[in-house]
Design a protein around this ligand. Structure first.
Ligand SMILES: *Cc1c(COP(=O)(O)O)cnc(C)c1O
Length: 348
């Protein structure tokens, strides 16, 4: 048996229903983000039948395989070299460069369709978007003149590069830009797309009225908000779990013996001497997932890993060769394991 990622579809559906209802009750539309699970079909089916308002992914390859009646949104700002595919596979795209929006317009015109654009504003997190202090309202004028582009709204992304947590004062910056656009051009922006799972913590009545859309991935997948990393009451944190097998079980010292150099990844490691411990080797390694993304069950702690071996300490509990160990995962764990061809995906 190779390492397996187990995906509990019922728990996923429960998470989708729970959080979508909560968002809708707060007047917020939601695009469910499928990139962390590579837009795999069984999960997309659940989204398609749910109340989410659309499906969003950062990669065109994923959007291409999504079969759904819901609108599809491209999250990563498009490359100039892929605008044809953007027009073909996405109804909406997030954008920050006028050159690319012009190019989208050109292709949309050839295809005789209207492509919808959300213009991204960088409120200080310093990833994509026009920096809020440098916002030049002429760009709106130009976009509004493009016949095959509809300016659906403006948006922002937070807590990704710069770790900026959405707050009322950060959101004020986008409200100002929204108000100015609507006043100068007498044009109603349908969508103010306020961010990702780091905005969930504001859903207790603290999300500003003008924010009417979020794009949610991690919240649905792991049942937690990402501003403070807290579990959301009523949601499942074990939709995705890793199941691996004990392939060696021995007592060994904690201190390596001999002259020490670097580990398999070229790192100089400091080893603490805890004497002899009970250890197990599990059949998963860094080629599948980095060990910092795994959450071990009670009584087991992670010591380290190489490409193909995960070494754990058995602190308590009775185990045998061939026993299976189940780990919960954090975001990087789901991402890596779902992307790995070596990991079997088991839907249950
Ligand atoms: C990945 C992504 C999201 C979803 O983020 P989560 O933290 O998983 O909710 C939203 N917006 C953009 C632009 C993204 O790239």
């Amino acid at each position: 048996m190779s390492a397996k990622i187990h995906i509990n579809l019922m728990k996923f559906e429960e998470n989708i229903d729970f959080l979508t209802n909560k968002l809708h009750q707060n007047g917020i539309n939601v695009f469910a983000v499928s990139k962390v699970f590579c837009a795999e079909e069984p999960l997309i089916k659940i989204l398609d039948q749910s109340k989410v308002d659309g499906i969003a992914d950062s990669r065109i390859l994923n959007l291409k395989k999504i079969i759904s009646k819901k609108p599809k949104m491209l999250l990563r700002i498009p490359a100039l070299s892929e605008v044809k595919d953007v027009i073909k596979y996405a109804n909406i795209s997030l954008n920050s460069e006028i050159e690319i929006i012009r190019s989208l317009n050109k292709i949309a015109k050839e295809e005789n369709i209207i492509h919808q654009v959300i213009l991204m504003i960088d409120l200080g997190d310093l990833r994509e978007g026009i920096y809020y202090k440098d916002f030049d309202y002429d760009i709106i004028n130009e976009i509004l003149l493009l016949k095959n582009i509809k300016l659906l709204g403006i948006g922002t992304n937070l807590t990704c590069y710069g770790s900026v947590i959405p707050t009322e004062s950060t959101y004020k910056l986008i409200e100002n830009i929204k108000n100015n656009i609507e006043r100068i051009y007498n044009y109603k922006l349908e969508v103010i797309s306020g961010g990702n799972s780091s905005s969930i913590y504001l859903l207790n009545g603290n999300i500003p009225k003008y924010i009417n859309q979020l794009r949610i991935g991690e919240g649905y997948v792991l049942g937690r908000e990402t501003a403070y990393g807290r579990k959301i009451k009523g949601m499942n944190d074990d939709v995705f779990t890793l199941k691996v097998e004990i392939i060696e079980l021995k007592e060994k010292p904690t201190l390596p013996v001999g002259l020490l150099g670097v580990d398999a990844f070229g790192k100089k490691v400091i080893y603490l001497d805890k004497g002899i411990i009970k250890r197990a080797i599990l059949n998963v390694g860094k080629q599948d997932v980095f060990d910092e993304y795994l959450i071990p069950p009670k009584g087991i702690s992670i010591i380290g890993s190489s490409s193909d071996h995960l070494i754990v300490e058995i602190e308590n509990g009775k185990y045998n060769i061939g026993d299976k160990i189940i780990f919960k995962l954090n975001y990087g764990g789901v991402l890596a394991l779902m992307s790995s061809p070596y990991v079997e995906k088991v839907y249950e």
